[in-house]
Design a protein around this ligand. Structure first.
Ligand SMILES: Nc1ncnc2c1ncn2[C@@H]1O[C@H](COP(=O)(O)OP(=O)(O)O)[C@@H](O)[C@H]1O
Ligand SMILES: [Mg+2]
Length: 334
């Protein structure tokens, strides 16, 4: 399947503007630099729902803004349907829509429909086309019940939908959604996820890029995900690929009674998931073969622990994430 989005060694360094106070106190001081993305490379295919997953500050929004031509990259390159975001932004803008969860950009006293018609005119649609496109989207995005109410009376879920509708006004092939369910309650979030999967993806065949810090959401919606942390791409693949572990490593769940200090070794990463009185439940990512598992169990026994159970199990995405954080000098810390 052809690539809808391609990023190669994409890097973004923000130079923080210095305040007047800072410039007065330290006239020779240098502006602070923040590396928001470091040499990130990936491809998202046409029609794919691709997740950008990572905690706050990982660089998700920056990446989406670069793709939507709202921010210029500092290094590397990115293309949308083959057009370069830095050199051919006119073409890119026509094929991409960007929906943020920032509702301040709507006019609160206008109705949903009036808001959409206004933004359609900014996209250069003439009045009759703007009206037609707005009516279509009100149906597609299922906003019929609220479309003629003032935006300020919209529920958070409806505001999110209106933001998605706005991003679709020029009928782009690629849609970027920045934390679409962030401020929604679980039921509204579920509803929106189902809607994105059913209508945008299956019915309209859009390529959807979703930034989220919600692992369950990524697991449920995305064909593939890229895990970002502090601007670095840590893992890339389907959720199944990511949770089946790094090549050459496998996951075990151990229940240990009387666990002392968890043994450390470069051949494994241990995460104490729960302690319940004397019992501890551990998740372990262990080097395959070469006796690493035996050594781990021996070290637990030597520390006066008793192994109550030990079984191989594929972890959830959340557990993979926790393991990456727990790994000393591991991926998250590299
Ligand atoms: N306009 C900006 N100026 C300076 N630093 C910024 C700016 N925007 C984002 N950053 C910084 O870049 C990093 C990545 O931010 P962001 O892309 O918003 O991450 P995420 O969306 O994953 O939370 C953070 O450290 C953030 O503080
Ligand atoms: Mg963000």
């Amino acid at each position: 399947m052809p690539a809808a989005i391609r990023a190669e060694d994409l890097t973004k360094i923000y130079v923080k503007r210095r305040s007047l106070r800072e410039m007065t106190l330290r006239p020779l001081g240098r502006a602070e630099r923040v590396v928001a993305l470091r040499e990130v490379s990936f491809e998202a295919c046409e029609g794919e729902t691709f997740g950008l997953l990572g905690p706050n500050g990982a660089g998700k929004t920056t990446l989406l803004k670069i793709l939507a031509c709202l921010v210029l990259p500092s290094g590397g390159r990115a293309t949308v349907n083959g057009a370069d975001v830095a050199r051919d932004d006119g073409t890119v803008r026509r094929s991409i829509g960007f929906a943020t969860s920032d509702e301040r950009s709507f006019y609160w006293r206008l109705t949903g429909r009036e808001n959409l018609e206004f933004f359609a005119s900014l996209y250069g649609l003439d009045a009759s086309l703007a009206r037609r496109r707005t009516s279509e989207l009100v149906e597609t995005i299922e906003l019929q019940e609220v479309a003629d109410q003032q935006f300020m009376n919209f529920s958070t879920g409806m505001k999110q939908r209106l933001a998605i509708a706005r991003a679709l006004l020029h009928d782009p092939q690629v849609l970027c959604l920045d934390e679409p369910t962030r401020s929604l309650d679980p039921i509204a979030a579920k509803h929106l996820r189902t809607f994105i999967a059913a209508r945008l993806r299956r019915e309209h065949g859009k390529t959807v890029l979703i930034a989220t810090h919600n692992l369950q959401e990524a697991e449920e919606m995305c064909d593939r995900v890229a895990i970002l942390d502090r601007g670095r791409l840590l893992r890339l693949g389907s959720v199944a690929e990511i949770t089946s572990g790094l090549p050459g490593r496998e996951h075990y769940v151990l229940t240990v009674a009387g666990l002392g200090e968890p043994p450390r070794d470069p051949r494994w990463t241990l995460l104490v998931e729960r302690r319940d009185g004397d019992l501890a439940r551990l998740l372990a990512e262990v080097e395959r073969g070469g006796g690493a598992l035996s050594d781990l169990l021996r070290r637990v026994l030597d520390g006066r622990g008793t192994i109550v159970s030990c079984s191989r199990r594929e972890p959830s995405l959340q557990e993979v994430f926790d393991l990456m954080e727990a790994s000393p000098g591991g991926e998250a810390g590299r």
